[in-house]
Ligand binder design. Structure first.
Ligand code: ZN
Length: 441
């Protein structure tokens, strides 16, 4: 079978500089070669060319979302005064939604993601029926089974057995050819008892699963782990959880040091939000190889500060970008979050001219790194030989502008098509534009 060649006036492979009149040769869903169109056409005689308008960009990786909450958009449609206020609003809707079709809701979210140029997700899943959904729609990435609300006692009694049998069951279905990848998401330092958190780290290593944790989204999380007091402690008590931290009056440590002492922070883990990370905590995450998925529009919805994006960039900490769910964000358009991050970084004093490139990298290759999918055959987040051929087409003309800057300025809402596994066997999603010309065969 000959190669399929996708070409466009501009190509952003991410792993190398932008290419004017660029092309990608693909076979069996994997990239064979990337370069100037003429060179690629010459190198693959008989290849079928699909010519796209505008800009081909390596597929966006949404490094933190909950697709199953897509039908809870009414919760994310307003702005709150605090994390705790939002949390109460969320719980009121979630816990009264008995019989909700979470798989259908997740499917809507997956299709919205594809529509905005996202080709892979870190999807945190509370209700198991939503686990296989992203992959069924053509999205790559990892579905993280969320664990929350267990005390050490309930964990020992039923929680641990339930999780291990669920993981085994899912492994049998999702790890089959064409299936998706499973991870574990210990929800946050304040929704699980201390022994449960430690055990989840052990189980993730035993099963070889990646982990994803909400960390330092609320400013009150620090007070909770340090002294077992404050609004989060009250929230946890109100939910009826008698955690060790509450009984012991805290751990004396902030949330990052607390999770690290439990063995949860390592290269198999990435965290979401990190709004209130201090310099010492950022250094520890960097040392442990833990990426931070920044979700600035979700933070804004909850009335929180923006994440310390300028410091993370200056220090070289690995970052990715997430939308979070529609229950806390106005859309699943990842480039909107990149645009907000750019404004925040400038406000926070980041002056270097590389900002647009580094933020687009965070939303692509950075997301792949966060999910542990940036190496080996079928890697994502870049267009280079051996990678999975996932890309988005943006109907825009950068003119004389830096292409990364043009993508951030004009890209939101302008995705014309998304291609996953980019050859005949792959899928083209919701193309508002179709390829202009076909050559070869
Ligand atoms: Zn979240």
């Amino acid at each position: 079978m000959g190669a399929v060649i996708h070409s466009a006036p501009l190509l952003l492979p991410i792993s190398r500089p932008p290419i004017r009149d660029g092309a990608v040769a693909v076979r069996a869903g994997r990239v064979l070669a990337v370069g100037h169109r003429r060179e690629i056409l010459t190198g693959h005689p008989g290849g079928q060319e699909l010519r796209w308008p505008g800009m081909i960009v390596a597929g966006l990786v949404n490094a933190h979302t909950h697709l199953q909450f897509t039908r809870m958009a009414q919760v994310g449609a307003r702005v709150y005064d605090s994390f705790e206020e939002w949390s109460n609003a969320f719980d009121a809707v979630y816990f009264s939604s008995g019989g909700a079709d979470w798989a259908a809701s997740a499917r809507e979210g997956a299709l919205l993601s594809l529509r905005h140029g996202t080709t892979a997700v870190a999807d945190v899943v509370t209700d198991i029926e939503a686990m296989p959904v992203p992959n069924q729609t053509g999205l790559g990435g990892i579905s993280y089974l969320e664990v929350l609300g267990d005390t050490d006692a309930s964990w020992a009694e039923t929680g641990r057995d339930h999780l291990t049998s669920t993981v085994r069951e899912l492994s049998g279905t999702m790890d089959a050819p064409g299936g998706g990848m499973i991870g574990i998401s210990p929800h946050a330092p304040y929704t699980l008892d201390t022994g449960v958190l430690a055990d989840l780290g052990v189980l993730a290593r035993r099963f070889g699963l990646r982990q994803h944790i909400h960390l330092l989204e609320s400013v009150h999380e620090r007070e909770y782990t340090v002294s077992g007091t404050g609004p989060i402690a009250r929230l946890v008590r109100d939910l009826g959880f008698d955690f060790e931290i509450l009984r012991a009056g805290g751990t004396g440590h902030g949330p990052v040091a607390f999770l690290d002492a439990l063995g949860l922070l390592g290269p198999n883990c990435h965290v979401a939000h990190g709004v209130h990370l201090d310099a010492e905590e950022r250094a520890l995450l960097r040392e442990r190889g833990v990426s931070v998925a920044l979700c600035p529009r979700s933070n804004r919805t909850l009335g929180l500060d923006g994440p310390p994006v300028a410091a993370l960039l200056e220090e070289g900490g690995p970052i990715a970008v997430g939308t979070d769910s529609l229950a806390s964000s106005p859309s699943l358009d990842l480039l909107e979050d990149v645009r907000v991050l750019q404004a925040l970084a400038r406000e926070q004093g980041y002056r270097a001219a590389d900002l647009p490139r580094r933020l687009v990298e965070a939303a692509t290759a950075g997301g792949a790194r966060a999910l542990g999918l940036s190496d080996g055959p079928g890697r994502i987040g870049v267009l280079e030989p051996g990678a999975r051929c996932d890309f988005a087409v943006f109907a825009l003309d950068p003119g004389e502008r830096d292409p990364y800057q043009a993508l951030i300025e004009d890209g939101p809402g302008r995705c014309a098509a998304t291609v996953t596994g980019g050859d005949q066997a792959g899928r083209v999603h919701l193309p508002k534009s179709t390829p202009e010309t076909r050559h070869g065969c």
